[in-house]
Write a protein that binds this ligand. Structure first.
Ligand SMILES: C[S@@+](CC[C@H](N)C(=O)[O-])C[C@H]1O[C@@H](n2cnc3c(N)ncnc32)[C@H](O)[C@@H]1O
Length: 261
């Protein structure tokens, strides 16, 4: 999959009209989604509650589609891409891993299989997708690896220990998050990240105006996220080698201090 158009503002009226003219077959589906999202947004007090409701609705229809995969083959391939990338960057079985927004373990089951018993910790705002994640553990016969799956309301990590996780991973989570959620994560992730540990996340990149579509998909400039991490005393760098992979999003790595490695 090539990178998305890096300058388009998908929220602008001109873009939406243009898109509808080029893809008339997709308009009814978009209208249904826009209607559902408006309804859910009106009933939700904040973004996390809203997105939890989106996930509940999407998971009821199809958990693999709810995390963004159009087919089981794509679900497998997207998980393999995340796993292979981290392994090529030195992930070892003794790593202590936190996956933020673990979904139904598209990549998580591979991490659980590879890591030492008890070393995988997955959190998500959606109890529904975490129940689907339990099914993935059963399907892949990974009970004995004792993974932990926990629902969360925020990204403050208050219940997790200091300097514990050597790898923190968030794939396709900040692409669904307003800046306030990312800011909260950056404000607290340094406390739970072990010395020498790293936090990788993907994001939908724009080189034009930052925008969102239906408050489901958020587009950020790289500098915005790097500066935000730096504001919290973290170092951040754009991962060029991820750009070569067939994935629409980009990746940033965050570490302690001022020199990201
Ligand atoms: C597109 S799915 C990706 C799931 C998984 N990372 C993967 O690659 O298969 C996004 C996941 O992030 C979760 N999520 C969204 N915002 C979150 C937040 N602020 N904190 C934790 N999880 C979040 C959603 O519930 C959903 O399971």
């Amino acid at each position: 999959m090539p990178k998305k158009n890096l300058t388009a503002n998908r929220a602008s009226l001109a873009h939406r009209i243009n898109y509808a003219l080029r893809n008339p077959g997709r308009v009814p589906k978009y209208m249904i989604r826009a209607g559902r999202d408006t309804w859910l947004r009106l009933r939700s007090p904040d973004h996390v509650s809203y997105y939890r409701a989106v996930m509940k609705s999407d998971t009821a229809a199809n958990p693999e589609a709810a995390v963004g995969s159009k087919s089981h083959d794509r679900w497998l391939a997207l998980g393999a891409m995340q796993f292979d990338y981290l392994k090529s960057h030195g992930l070892t079985p003794d790593a202590r891993m936190l996956e933020i927004g673990c979904g139904n373990l598209r990549a998580g089951w591979r991490f659980i299989e590879y890591l030492d018993t008890g070393n995988y910790y997955g959190i998500d705002i959606s109890p529904d997708i975490l129940m689907a994640a339990q099914e993935t553990i059963v399907r892949h016969d990974l009970r004995d690896k004792l993974p932990t799956l926990t629902p969360v309301r925020d990204l403050k990590f208050r219940f997790l220990p200091d300097a514990h996780f050597t790898v923190v991973h968030a794939h396709s989570v900040f692409s669904h998050s307003p800046l306030t959620v990312i800011d909260e994560c950056f404000a607290h992730v340094g406390r739970i990240l072990a010395p020498g540990g790293w936090f990788d996340f993907t994001f939908d990149r724009t080189e034009g105006e930052e925008h969102h579509v239906l408050r489901e998909d958020f587009y950020y400039r790289t500098e915005t996220l790097i500066r935000l991490a730096e504001k919290h005393g973290l170092a951040a760098r754009f991962m060029d080698d991820w750009e070569k992979l067939p994935h629409g999003q980009s990746k940033i790595r965050v570490t302690h201090g001022s020199t990201a490695e």
